[in-house]
Each structure stands twice: as structure tokens, then as C-alpha cells.
Design a protein around this ligand. Structure first.
Ligand SMILES: Nc1nc2c(ncn2[C@@H]2O[C@H](COP(=O)(O)OP(=O)(O)OP(=O)(O)O)[C@@H](O)[C@H]2O)c(=O)[nH]1
Ligand SMILES: [Zn+2]
Length: 200
């Protein structure tokens, strides 16, 4: 029977077996009582963490509003919290995204910008790609005069393993159109999101 939430060729049973294999690799006994339901829970958690593959984030931006009489300045949504996973270690990336765009004739329901962030975050990512994908999706869908995306995130592959550096955050930005070409527009956006001359 086909499962609308599983567009892949991997069955749930195969995914659960892979979790049991990893448990054994870590030194555990998957048959231990406390771990019996763990593969089922992990597979369910994966459907949540990686639900971004089930949708095209651009679809969230199809519904726009034309009646914005007189408004011709930037729209900024700041501090959009997100969780993602790095594609190198499958470890969490936890952070905030700030998104701005300069509407031309149409605006979008503001929650939809956060949905676009979620749609790309709930995939395996590198932060640079996540930043660029969000910006390009908004640019392609709304065709505004410009888009700005800044992401500030911490990578658990750096904090809980490997180099073990806590408190480090990575900041990336992707500026398109007027945010890229006009220093004053970019500065206003950075001021709106609370980054002044690099100090938050
Ligand atoms: N540029 C970038 N690097 C990332 C991101 N997420 C994780 N990384 C880095 O990806 C790199 C992978 O490096 P490798 O040397 O292949 O992996 P590794 O041996 O596990 O490296 P260490 O983390 O240094 O132990 C590491 O430096 C990670 O910190 C990201 O979103 N962007
Ligand atoms: Zn990583």
C-alpha cells in the first residue's frame, strides 16, 4: 500500500532496521526493553525533522495580496527560529533566520516567509545552501525588487562532537536585488534585524 508520507523506495521496516543496526554499532542491544520501540520513534521523528522533502516551499508563496496601497518599503520578518540538520553529520543546526523583501506590487501573508524557512530547514542542509535556497525561492516566487536572508545558527556537529566549541554561531547572508546593490537598503535591513556594524 502506498504511503503519501513516504514518497521514497525505502519501507518503514527497512528504516527501522537501519536504526537497530546503528544501535548495535553504538554498542547497544536493540532487543533491550527500553529500546524496543526506539526504531519506531526514530523513524517517526525523521518524518518530522525531514518533512521538507514532502513539499515545494515555493507553493507557500503562491497566494499573494495586491491591495497594499501606498506601501513601497521593505518587509522584514526577524528571529524566525528553526531546527535543521547538517548534511555532513546529520547533527542538529539550531538557529534563527531573518528574512526581508522589497515588494513591488504584491505582498505575501507574513507567516508564509516562516513556512519557506521551515520547508528548507527540514532537510539535510549546509547553512550556506539553506540561506541561498530561502532567498532564491522568495525571489523566484514573488519577483520582488530584492530579498535579504541572514541566518545565525549553531551547529551541534561543532558543539557536541569534533572540535567541541560551544557558544560559536555561524552567520550567513544572501542578498539579492536592491539589498545587494544598494548599501543603504542593506544597512537598513541589518539595522532592523539588530545587526549594527557587525555587533548585535
Ligand atoms: N560551511 C559549512 N560547514 C559545515 C556546515 N555544517 C557542518 N559543517 C562543517 O563541515 C565540515 C566537515 O568536515 P570533515 O573534515 O569532512 O568532517 P569531520 O572530520 O567530521 O570534521 P570535524 O568536524 O572537524 O571533526 C566540518 O568542518 C563541519 O564543521 C555548514 O552548514 N556549512
Ligand atoms: Zn556537521
Amino acid at each position: 500500500m502506498s504511503d503519501p508520507h513516504n514518497p521514497t523506495d525505502v519501507t518503514r521496516e527497512q528504516a527501522e532496521e537501519a536504526v537497530r543496526t546503528l544501535l548495535r554499532w553504538a554498542g547497544e542491544d536493540p532487543a533491550r526493553e527500553g529500546l524496543l520501540d526506539t526504531p519506531k520513534r526514530v523513524v517517526k521523528a525523521y518524518r518530522d525533522w525531514f518533512s521538507g522533502y514532502e513539499s515545494d516551499p515555493g507553493d507557500y508563496l503562491r497566494r499573494t495580496f495586491k491591495e497594499v496601497a501606498g506601501y513601497d518599503e521593505m518587509v522584514v520578518l526577524r528571529d524566525i527560529e528553526f531546527e535543521s540538520h547538517c548534511e555532513h553529520h546529520m547533527a542538529p543546526i539550531i538557529g534563527r533566520a531573518h528574512v526581508g523583501y522589497m515588494p513591488t506590487s504584491r505582498v505575501v501573508g507574513i507567516s508564509k516567509l516562516a513556512r519557506v524557512v521551515e520547508g528548507f530547514a527540514r532537510r539535510f542542509q549546509v547553512q550556506e545552501k539553506l540561506t541561498a535556497e530561502i532567498a532564491q525561492c522568495i525571489q523566484d516566487s514573488l519577483q520582488p525588487a530584492g530579498v535579504a536572508v541572514v541566518i545565525d545558527a549553531s551547529h551541534e556537529c561543532m558543539t557536541t562532537r569534533g572540535v567541541h566549541k560551544r557558544g560559536v554561531s555561524m552567520i550567513t547572508s544572501q542578498m539579492l536585488g536592491t539589498f545587494r546593490d544598494d548599501a543603504r537598503t542593506r544597512a537598513e535591513f541589518l539595522q532592523f534585524i539588530g545587526i549594527h556594524g557587525g555587533v548585535r
